[in-house]
Write a protein that binds this ligand. Structure first.
Ligand SMILES: NC(=O)c1ccc[n+]([C@@H]2O[C@H](COP(=O)([O-])OP(=O)(O)OC[C@H]3O[C@@H](n4cnc5c(N)ncnc54)[C@H](O)[C@@H]3O)[C@@H](O)[C@H]2O)c1
Length: 377
C-alpha cells in the first residue's frame, strides 16, 4: 500500500469545503478530485482548492483514487455509497451513514464481498475533550456509568444553511442530523445500546427560510422536529436525549454522565473540544491527567468563538488503518449500530413502543494524544 492514499469527494456542497481545507492537517491521504451531480458545483470547489473536477462516473473510474468520501445529502447516501463500492473503492460517508439498517446491511455485504472498507462520520468523538472523558471513564474516575442526559435543542437550520430543505424531509430532523454526534459519543464512552423509546412531535408544519439566497421561501415539514428519547445501554446505564429544532433558548448542558463515584460534564460533541468538568461524589475535582491532545487545539475563530475543528480525522484514521492493516475507529459496525438506534427512536416516536436493538458493536479504540499526533501531518 502507498504511504498516501488517493481520495475523491462526491458532493461539493457546504461541508465539502471543510474537508478540503482541513485535509492538509493529516497524514496518509490526499484529496485529488471531486465530483457532484451538478458539474458547476464540482468545478467551483475544484478551482477553489486546486483539485481535479470529474463527473461522478469519471471519479469512480479514476485509477488514482482508493477512498471516495460521500458528502451528498442523506437521501442519496445509500445509492452513492453503493456505487462507490461497486467501483471497487472504499467508502467514507458523512453522517447519517444510511437511513435504515437494511440499507446498512446491504452496503456491509457489498463491502465484505469485495474486501473493501466502510467508514462514516461523525469523527468529533476523536476530539481531545471527548477522548479525555473516555480516558477518565476507562480509568474508573467516576466509577461505572449508570446514567446521563444529552440536550441538543435549537430553533432549526433554516437561518444558516443556504439549502435547508433536506433537514425537514425524511432523512433529516434533529435525530438523524445532529443525533449521530451525541449517540456516537455515548456509544464510545458507555458501549452499545440495548433498547430505546421516544416521544416525537412536529410543532410547526411549515418553516420559513431566513438564510440567503432563498430568504422568505417556505419549506413543508415532513419529519418530526422534536424528540425526547430514552436509551438503555448494555451495561445498564439509562440516558435521556432531548433533540429539537423547536426551542428558542434553554439552559441544559450538552452532555452529562453520572457514575457510581462522580459525574462528568462534557462539551458539545458536535465539536472536537471544549471544557470537561468532573466531580468526585458531589465535589468538583481537578484531578485531570496531563492531556496534550492535538485535537483539542483551537484552530478556527478567535477568542470566545474559537473552536477546534479536525473534521477529516476519521478519514485520516481510515486511510492509515488501511496502510497499517488495522481496524479503523469510525467503523461500519459503530455507524450501523448508531443508525439502528436513531431509526428505532424514530419508529418509537411513531408507535409509542420500546424497541430492542439487533445490532451491537464494540466501543471504538480510544485515541490517545500520541495516537492523535500520529494521524497528523
Ligand atoms: N453543512 C454542514 O455543516 C455539515 C456538517 C456535518 C455533516 N454534514 C453532512 O454532510 C452531508 C452534506 O451536507 P451539506 O451541508 O454539504 O449539503 P449540501 O446540500 O450543501 O451539499 C450536498 C451536495 O451533494 C450533491 N448531490 C446530491 N445528490 C447527489 C448525487 N446523487 N450524486 C452526486 N452529488 C449529489 C448536491 O448537488 C450538493 O452539491 C449531509 O449528509 C450532512 O448531514 C453537513
Amino acid at each position: 500500500m502507498p504511504e498516501q492514499i488517493g481520495v475523491g469527494i462526491i458532493g461539493c456542497g457546504n461541508i465539502s469545503a471543510a474537508y478540503m481545507r482541513l485535509a492538509p492537517l493529516f497524514r496518509g491521504f490526499e484529496i485529488r478530485a471531486c465530483a457532484d451531480i451538478s458539474e458547476e458545483a464540482a468545478k467551483a470547489r475544484a478551482a477553489e482548492f486546486g483539485l481535479r473536477a470529474e463527473t461522478v462516473d469519471g471519479l469512480l473510474a479514476a485509477d488514482d483514487i482508493d477512498i471516495v468520501v460521500n458528502l451528498t445529502i442523506p437521501a442519496a447516501h445509500f445509492e452513492v455509497s453503493s456505487r462507490i463500492l461497486d467501483a471497487g473503492k472504499h467508502v467514507y460517508s458523512e453522517k447519517p451513514f444510511v437511513l435504515s439498517v437494511e440499507e446498512g446491511y446491504r452496503l456491509a455485504e457489498q463491502a465484505r464481498s469485495k474486501g473493501l472498507r466502510i467508514g462514516s462520520a461523525p469523527d468529533t468523538f476523536l476530539g481531545g475533550s471527548h477522548q479525555l472523558a473516555r480516558h477518565l471513564i476507562d480509568g474508573g474516575a467516576i466509577g461505572k456509568v449508570t446514567g446521563g442526559t444529552c440536550h441538543v435543542l435549537s430553533h432549526g437550520m433554516e437561518d444558516w444553511h443556504p439549502n435547508p430543505d433536506f433537514f425537514f424531509k425524511p432523512g433529516g430532523g434533529p435525530i438523524l442530523d445532529v443525533g449521530p454526534y451525541y449517540i456516537t459519543n455515548l456509544v464510545q464512552l458507555i458501549g452499545p445500546v440495548k433498547r430505546v423509546a421516544a416521544i416525537s412531535a412536529t410543532p410547526s408544519p411549515e418553516r420559513t427560510i431566513t438564510s440567503q439566497p432563498r430568504r422568505g421561501e417556505k419549506i413543508k415539514v415532513e419529519t418530526p422536529t422534536t424528540f425526547h428519547a430514552l436509551l438503555e445501554f448494555e451495561n445498564g446505564a439509562a440516558v435521556s436525549l432531548g433533540a429539537s429544532w423547536d426551542v428558542w433558548r434553554h439552559s441544559h448542558s450538552p452532555m452529562e454522565l453520572y457514575g457510581e463515584d462522580g459525574s462528568l460534564f462534557l462539551p458539545d460533541p458536535n465539536f472536537f473540544s471544549g471544557d470537561v468538568k468532573m466531580t468526585m461524589k458531589a465535589e468538583f475535582s481537578d484531578a485531570f491527567p496531563a492531556w496534550e491532545h492535538p485535537m483539542s487545539v483551537v484552530n478556527e475563530g478567535d477568542g470566545d468563538n474559537g473552536v477546534a475543528n479536525y473534521r477529516a480525522a476519521g478519514l485520516a484514521d481510515l486511510a492509515q488503518a488501511i496502510i497499517e492493516d488495522r481496524p479503523h475507529r469510525c467503523s461500519l459496525e459503530l455507524s450501523l449500530h448508531v443508525v439502528e438506534i436513531m431509526t428505532a427512536i424514530l419508529q418509537s416516536g411513531e408507535d409509542g413502543r420500546f424497541k430492542t436493538l439487533e445490532t451491537r458493536c464494540e466501543r471504538p479504540q480510544a485515541l490517545s494524544p500520541a495516537q492523535a499526533a500520529a494521524l497528523m501531518a
